[in-house]
Structures are given as C-alpha cells and as structure tokens.
Design a protein around this ligand. Sequence first.
Ligand code: NAD
Length: 307
Amino acid sequence: MSAEVLNGREIREEILKDIEDETARIAQEHGRVPGLVTVLVGNKPASRSYITNKVNTAKRVGFKEVQESLPETISEQELLSLIDRYNKDESIDGILVQLPLPEHIDETKVIYALDPDKDVDGFHPVNIGRLVLGGDQVKFTPCTPAGIQEMIKRAGVPTSGAEVVVVGRSNIVGKPIATLMMQKGEGGNATVTTVHTGTKDLAGHCRRADILIVAAGKPGLVQPEWIKPGACVIDVGVNRVGEKISKKTGKTVAILRGDIDYDAISEIAGFITPVPGGVGPMTITMLMRNTLNSLKYRLGLIRPGQQ
Ligand code: NAD
C-alpha cells in the first residue's frame, strides 16, 4: 500500500487564490485591504528568510504590507513602543513579530504587548484562552496547527471519534493542535493523546493512532513499526540535516528532514505529509487567512468562531 501524499504546496495555492479573490472583493465593497506589519529584529538568515516569505505572500494576495526591519541593538522599550503604535493604527489588522528575539528582549513581554485582536500568530495568552474555550470564542488559531487541521479536513480523513496522537507539547504546535482536534465540530471531536519526553511507551501510543501528528524536532524519530496501517501521518518536523547545492539557483541550501521515516512509513500509512512541501507551506497560508479574518471581524463580516 502506498500512502496518499498530502501536498501542502497545492493546498496553499488553492487557499491563497481564495484569499486573493476575497481581498479584492472587500477592497471594492469596503475600500479597505488587510494590513499586516512584519517585525524583524536583527538579521538571522533563517528569520530573514521566513519574513521574506511572509512579506511576499502578503503582497501577492493584495494586502497592505509594512516591513519593520530593526537593528539587533534595539531596546525592549523601543520595540514595545513600536508595537503600541501599530496596535493603534487603524489601517493595520495584523502584527507579526518574528521569533526568536535577541536575548536582551523579553519575548513574553513583547507577545503580551500585542493587541490580542491583531495577534494573527495566535500566540497571545488571550488567543490561547479563546482557543481552549472553543466555539464562538475563537478568533485566531495559531498558524501551524490551523494548517494541519485544514490538511486533514481537505484529505477527507474522518476525525470524529478518531484516535489522534500528538507527539510534542510545545506552545506553538503540540498543545494547540491537541486542543483543536478535541474541540467539537468539523475537523475535531477526536480522542486525543499527547505524548512527549516524559511518556513511557511512545511506540505503543503511536500504534493506536488513526491520525498521528508528529512535532518533536527529532529527525526520523517515528519508526514504521509504530504506524497503524492506513493511518494519516502528519509530519511537522523540519530538521536541517546537512547542506546541498540547489539545482535551480546554484546556491547552498539546507537539506531538510522531518520527524518520521518517510519512505518506509509511506508504504504503511493511508495519508502522509512530505518534508519539505507538506505542513510548511500551510503555516504562512494560515497567517494570511488570520490577517484577512482580522479585517473581516473589524468590518463585521464574520464573528469569532466563524473563521
Ligand atoms: P519544541 O522543541 O518546542 O517541542 C518539541 C516537543 O517534542 C517537546 O514538547 C518534547 O517533549 C517533544 N519531544 C522531543 N523529543 C521527543 C522524543 N524523543 N520523544 C517524545 N517527545 C519528544 O518544538 P516545536 O516548536 O513544537 O517544533 C517541533 C518541530 O516542528 C521542529 O522540527 C520545528 O522546526 C517544526 N515546526 C515546523 C513548523 C512548520 O511550519 N512546518 C512550524 C513550527 C515548528
């Protein structure tokens, strides 16, 4: 048996096209486009590449895009003042601060400083609280978990009553995806188990999974013997395991590997996500959706829980 590959790049194109069309329609009817500020502090190559990707995607779908590229030496107070300015700026619907920040800046303080109604990353405690409450409370779902759920839904994999096992308990992936999958409603209503470094029998839990979501950051951690035949296996891991010269650009690029033994598992699973090209492209796509939704809330076009 060979698993159906869930292609994040194809799904991204479909969703971005919808976002682009809706942005154009809202612009025509309401004279307003979603405004996104991206804040980059310092010049770490990985962070710069993530930001460039976000900026280009926002431009492509027709958003107003403001780039704040700040020196590594900026003080915490200066950064907080900048956030305050955009919190009050009526033309801005989303503020994204690229993490990690330099050590002299307290990330928690920065996240708390965001207006929760412009926190399109969904990391502010108010948005985490709204997510846990579920239903009509939810405004912004964190982007990677939202992308994972979207892929599962689009694949037509039944979730209601399914055994879902999540490997990893981070605040940005493990905890929110476990929360999403257990909520009532479409794409949820599953029985969720979260496993982590304190779990005794990792393999035993994974073997029960109808849907296995792996976000451990450990290349090749999940073995083929751990997979229930026909299961849906979502690999969130992005691990740099080496470098190669790109055939397209001639530049040196990272060799990326996920958290599962992809080749062997694709012979057992029913659905599988590749790395790269699986969950990765969905994350930025969901950031765009959150930013569009932020404007739609503001214009009264949708209510929380309807995103
Ligand atoms: P993290 O390091 O914050 O959390 C990893 C979690 O995995 C921890 O909770 C830990 O308990 C668990 N874990 C680690 N090793 C384990 C083991 N041997 N057995 C059981 N549990 C184990 O990482 P994160 O931020 O959640 O990211 C996880 C992976 O997903 C990373 O590779 C990251 O690069 C990737 N990621 C990808 C995207 C994307 O858009 N594709 C987004 C976020 C994170």
